[in-house]
Design a protein around this ligand. Sequence first.
Ligand code: KIV
Length: 279
Amino acid sequence: MTSTRTGPTPDVPISDVPRLRVHHLGRAKKRGERLTMLTAYDAIVAGVFDDAGIDILLVGDSMGTTVLGMPSTLTVALEDIERATRAVATAVRRAMVVADLPFGTYEDSPTHAFDSATRLMRAGAHAVKFEGGQRVASQVQLIASAGIPVIGHIGFTPQSEHGLGGPRIQGRDAASLDTLTADAVALQEAGASAIVLELMPADAAATLTDMLQIPTIGIGAGPHCDAQVLVWTDMVGLTPRPPRFARAFGQARRDLQAAAGAYAEAVRNGAYPDPEHSY
Ligand code: KIV
């Protein structure tokens, strides 16, 4: 008899599911299983992180400052994210690929946001993310109701860095926490599947995490979130001046420099190419 089962049984830990899909986010929260998320902007790095079992890869607009040499994320274009999403999606077998809507591609209307989201989904994304709470609830509603999973992003939102007066911790006082709470509720009610909480006290993030049914994904928001995300170059120790909340789990800057130095030395002194590496 043919089995009618189309996916893993609910007993399988999320870290063992063969392909991370949107319904696993809520399931992970219910079971208290923490999810992992890293940024990725190209195929080779995305493949490495997918093989390492990272659950969610974010094609973030942080690519502007991280790999494109831009002074902020404000000049990242939809085409930049589209191309990177295509590369990341091609390399991934298990991870969920989330693509960021860049500045100026969603704020003014739900239909503009929907058009931008469709371009990223056509490029291979499995979900989209964009910044804001109550002010983008109608955008979330339209996109989510069309069957596109949406991740929200509140707290410090880098695309509003000028309006917020720089990368400042949000939710420190009662009024600011009330705003974050209203934003988080608006996103959940509009149909968001998860919410990134950036730069806020651990207590504020814990309050939001307890209150919400959907998972929270913390960055600079303490240990109580349902998931954590880091910019990958911070995580491996490649970023020259990483933010205080980021921990380097490797020494990629040192290792890359050492490898490049050893290569240059070998070329200069004739040790490379040697007979073993020649035809
Ligand atoms: O663009 C990005 O990398 C992000 C993360 C910081 C959450 O939005």
